[in-house]
Design a protein around this ligand. Structure first.
Ligand code: FE2
Length: 432
């Protein structure tokens, strides 16, 4: 007998009246109209059953610190970095851990069950690294957390030069990796010069190649049309044979680059099989701040990157921290912003936006057992929507969230009870 049978579900690829059979922690069958006996049967009533949401770009060490010690006045990336620097000396292991755990509670409620978080390695004490490694252990039963060693103050700019015993950027990053941080990060556009930025990309990719790790670098997060670190990233990925293992995050300068140059760059990125993570809520907030009018949107060229066959995901980046004052762990909100800013308004493009917060980031993170197929982990979300486009439009309620076959969160359906003159009494949830 099955442990659980979900029937009458719509899947993200459009298949209707589908059943999903669960035994233990795994999906054992996905087929139309299954009738096998089960301890528990759930009728999805034609609603959308999706794999969990995945956020492949986040900063869990900074989340929920909004207003500490003050608010970002200019709204720029650089003031955000300065503000985080002001906060760092007063951070404690307990405070970082507590805020991260609170955020993860919110994430589960929103069906967000896999997160790649950058963790600042610039502090020689590696306080944030220790805190998030502990958080990773504690949330493992309900969230897959992948950590990226992120030299926020600049790998080379932070000093040390990698000399043994010097607690500089390179040394701190390597110690974080030794402690178990999964992925190599970077921030070349924050190094002192373009040349040092390129050198940092080279060093970091070599560290990843030596250790057999993935790379996910903050890259060209500015409106500078001449910021070209993604070119170096593609070159190093290709040179070191890291094809399909390197991600460029943000790439906002591509928005402002010369079109001819981009036509060449896209080929280099394809050759290296780079993945891209665009963070629409934060990019549209932080970029364009030095413009008068017209103001640039500061989003990388998402449709063009997709047209080249690259994996492009949407990430959340920040929530209530020095860089972004809003957010609620809702990846549908992120997809909606990306859809609007990138003008991905065809039916096919809107469905693609849903994949960019589910299957694509799962592929970038190389998650095992992810998906709605026999043999995958029994992790999924039942949404109050009939298809992925409606889910984005309504920021649909996550009626039920399952992890390894167990219900771990539920939310009541969002309905309005209407009592209007000349209209029948009714409840409505905007499903046109
Ligand atoms: Fe980021």
């Amino acid at each position: 007998m099955l442990d659980l049978l979900l029937k009458n579900a719509t899947l993200p690829d459009g298949r209707r009246d589908m059943s999903v059979a669960i035994q233990g922690e795994k999906i054992v069958e996905v087929a139309p109209g299954l009738t096998a006996p089960a301890h528990e049967v759930i009728d999805a009533q034609g609603l959308l059953l999706a794999p969990p949401f995945v956020d492949a770009h986040f900063h869990m060490d900074a989340t929920l610190s909004y207003g500490l010690p003050r608010v970002n006045q200019s709204g720029t990336l650089l003031e955000g970095i300065a503000l985080w620097g002001e906060l760092k000396p007063s951070l404690t292991l307990e405070a970082i851990t507590e805020r991260a755990l609170t955020y993860c509670d919110w994430a589960v409620g929103k069906g967000l069950l896999a997160i790649r978080s950058h963790v600042d390695t610039s502090d020689p004490r590696l306080l944030a690294v220790q805190a998030l490694l502990e958080v990773k252990k504690r949330i493992a039963p309900y969230i897959d957390l992948q950590l990226v060693a992120f030299p926020q103050d600049g790998l080379l700019r932070a000093g040390g030069g990698g000399a043994p015993g010097a607690r500089g950027g390179v040394d701190n990053l390597k110690r974080a990796l030794d402690l178990g941080v999964d992925v190599v990060g970077g921030i070349p556009h924050f190094e002192r010069t373009m040349a040092e930025g390129a050198q940092s990309v080279k060093l970091l990719c070599e560290i990843a190649a030596e250790r057999g790790l993935l790379v996910d670098m903050h890259c060209d997060e500015s409106d500078d049309p001449l910021s070209r670190h993604v070119e170096s990233l593609a070159f190093e990925a290709q040179r070191l044979g890291l094809h399909g293992r390197v991600t460029g995050s943000h790439l906002t300068s591509m928005h402002s680059m010369d079109n001819y140059y981009v036509s060449k760059l896209l080929g280099l990125m394809s050759e290296a099989q780079l993945s891209v993570i665009s963070n629409p809520c934060v990019n549209i907030t932080l970029q364009g701040r030095h413009d008068t009018y017209p103001k640039r949107r500061g989003l990388t060229r998402v449709p063009e990157l997709l047209a080249c066959g690259l994996d492009v995901a949407f990430g959340q980046d920040d929530m209530m921290d020095p860089w972004y004052s809003l957010g609620c762990a809702d990846m549908l909100d992120v997809a909606s912003m990306g859809l609007h800013v990138a003008q991905m308004t065809s039916q096919a493009a809107m469905r693609q936006c849903f994949e960019m917060i589910t299957t694509v980031p799962a592929r970038i993170m190389k998650l095992e057992g992810y998906g709605l197929e026999a043999g995958c982990n029994a992790d999924f979300v039942l949404l109050q929507a009939r298809d992925p486009v409606e889910a984005i439009r309504l920021r649909a309620a996550r009626l039920k969230v399952f992890r390894r076959g167990k219900l771990i969160a539920s939310t009541p359906a969002a309905t309005a009870s209407l009592n209007l003159p000349g209209r029948p009494l009714q409840t409505s949830w905007m499903n046109a």
